[in-house]
Design a protein around this ligand. Structure first.
Ligand code: URA
Ligand code: SF4
Length: 201
């Protein structure tokens, strides 16, 4: 079994915090394991808990559409995970102690993936991974380099569903992400190049 399968199986059996008691499925992560871009959300919602995959509900569908608009997809060139792997009841924010209990799984995922860029989807992930005082409204779209990894926070897709006027801001952040990929990544941009190759007879 590969490292990713071992980690996924260990995570699936985790009882490290009280969210284990109410989950249907551990939502480990999805995407390609050679991705240079890691996207991090907050925690599973009801649909994710049922299906065991991140961002499969309405917010996830919006996320997929927006990512596709700038050449990203969970099937080809990004990895998507959450700060906590089990659903907080009533979709409340994960508590600090739940985040503390769970963050080791994300750290181990990050160690295997070794992304060049990490995008935090919303306040919970940005505060946890970039800066405890992160203000999404003011700091979204700004890249900072931490330990050789470029980090950026953007609006959470669920926030965009509630407040669609912010979609333009979020899309600008994704364009900035594409630019950063072109600057610091290697095979993600290569994949775009292959996509854009004119078909030869
Ligand atoms: N919101 C998140 O933060 N993560 C998911 O996986 C789904 C919705
Ligand atoms: Fe374990 Fe994380 Fe689930 Fe808590 S949320 S039980 S730490 S996998």
């Amino acid at each position: 079994m590969g490292d990713w399968d071992v980690l996924r199986d260990q995570c699936a059996a985790c009882t490290g915090c009280s969210l284990a008691a109410t989950r249907q499925n551990v939502v480990f992560g999805v995407g390609v394991t050679d991705a240079e871009v890691l996207l991090v959300g907050e925690g599973p919602g009801a649909n994710e808990d049922r299906q065991g995959e991140p961002f499969v509900g309405a917010a996830g569908q919006l996320l997929d559409r927006m990512l596709a608009g700038v050449g990203f997809s969970r099937h080809h060139n990004v990895y998507i995970a959450n700060i906590v792997k089990c659903r907080p009841p009533q979709n409340r924010d994960p508590l600090p102690e739940e985040q503390d209990a769970c963050i080791g799984w994300l750290r181990r995922q990050t160690a295997l993936l070794r992304p060049r860029i990490i995008v935090c989807l919303g306040r919970v992930a940005a505060c946890r991974l970039i800066d405890p005082a992160f203000k999404v409204t003011r700091q979204h779209g700004q890249f900072v380099c931490k330990n050789g990894v470029w980090m950026m926070g953007t609006l959470h897709p669920a926030a965009l569903l509630r407040n669609p006027v912010q979609k333009a801001d979020a899309f600008r952040d994704l364009v900035a992400l594409r630019d950063k990929v072109q600057e610091v990544c290697t095979h993600t941009a290569l994949w775009w190049g292959e996509m854009n190759e004119p078909n030869r007879p």
